[in-house]
Design a binder for this molecule. Structure first.
Ligand code: NAP
Length: 294
């Protein structure tokens, strides 16, 4: 079997077109575009690239982008005060604080300070609680993107056996909740899981979010499974730097029915689901019914 490649880049582009349409409709209705504020602390080059690309994408889709850069040595109080200002600003619908923050800052306190209605990263405990309770909230971007790709590839997920490898607050835990809400039977694997290959042998759906280069071997995958590879690791092969996932792509693609590549799978979806969440937050904040783009 040769797996169908799940093209995250193409899916993200078509989702972007729909988001842009709804952003324009929002602006026509309210007299302002949905607004996304991104906060960067320090000068980490990778974070600078992420922040710039989020701002650019927001503008491309007809949203307002507000970028705030604080110095590496800013105090917790300065950062909290900025979050307070953004919470109070009616033109801001979404607030994203680029993580990780410098070590002297308390990330959890910052996340908790964000108005849950503007928490477009879906990390606030209120939004995590809504997700676990099956109530509408804002869902963490990467797992939301994975769910969209799974639905586009499989249609109805009900009754399927899913294994999520990794249990972070950012990816693994919300992913498992989303799959449970789709009526999958979900197993969460982590670093203490015994015999991961035996767990994966039962999985119709595998979502790998570990950050360990190609640790999941192709022959661990159940024939006909759908594989979503969230992991990204930089490796050097034959003298060349490459980005690889948690799954050994070549061997897994021989057994899976469908698989995401790295790069070009989950990555492009993460930025687009951030735009999706900003749009949803904007509609909800003004009391308009939010479009269902899932
Ligand atoms: P994380 O917070 O470091 O969590 C990693 C998880 O993997 C932990 O739950 C850990 O288990 C588990 N784990 C570690 N070794 C394992 C093993 N041998 N077997 C099974 N599970 C194991 O990482 P994260 O933030 O969730 O990110 C995971 C990966 O996804 C990273 O490569 C990251 O760069 C990538 N990522 C990509 C995107 C994207 O848009 N493409 C977005 C977010 C993240 P314990 O809990 O037991 O320690």
């Amino acid at each position: 079997m040769t797996a169908q490649i799940i093209d995250g880049k193409a899916f993200a582009a078509s989702l972007g077109e729909r988001i842009a349409g709804h952003a324009a409709a929002f602006a026509a209705r309210t007299g302002r575009a949905p607004g996304l504020a991104v906060v960067l602390v320090g000068t980490d080059p990778a974070s600078q690239v992420y922040v710039r690309s989020k701002g650019r994408m927001a503008r491309q889709l007809g949203m307002e982008s507000f970028e705030h850069v604080l110095s590496e040595d800013c105090t917790q109080q300065e950062l909290m005060s900025l979050i307070g200002d953004l919470n109070a600003d009616d033109t801001v619908d979404g607030i994203l604080v680029q993580l990780p923050l410098p070590g002297h800052l308390d990330s959890l306190a910052v996340i908790k300070a964000i108005d849950p209605d503007k928490d477009v990263d879906g990390l606030h405990p209120v939004n995590a609680g809504y997700l676990a309770s099956g109530m509408p909230g804002l869902v963490s971007c990467t797992p939301l993107g994975c769910l969209m790709l799974l639905r586009s590839s499989l249609g109805n997920l009900s009754g399927l056996d899913a294994v999520v490898v990794g249990r972070s607050i950012l990816v693994g835990k919300p992913m498992a909740q989303l799959l449970l809400a789709e009526n999958c039977t979900v197993t969460m694997a982590h670093s203490r899981t015994r015999d991961l290959p035996a767990k994966l042998a039962q999985a119709d759906i595998v979502v790998a979010a570990v950050g360990a280069a190609e640790m999941i071997q192709g022959d661990w995958i159940k024939p006909g499974a759908t594989v979503i590879d969230v992991g990204t690791s930089r490796v050097t092969r034959d003298g060349k730097a490459r980005l690889v996932g948690d799954v050994h792509f070549e061997t897994a693609a021989r057994r899976a029915r469908a698989i995401t590549p790295v790069p070009g799978g989950v990555g492009p979806m993460t930025i687009m689901t951030l735009m999706h969440n900003t749009l949803i937050a904007a509609y909800r904040r003004v009391g308009l019914p939010a479009p269902d783009l899932k």
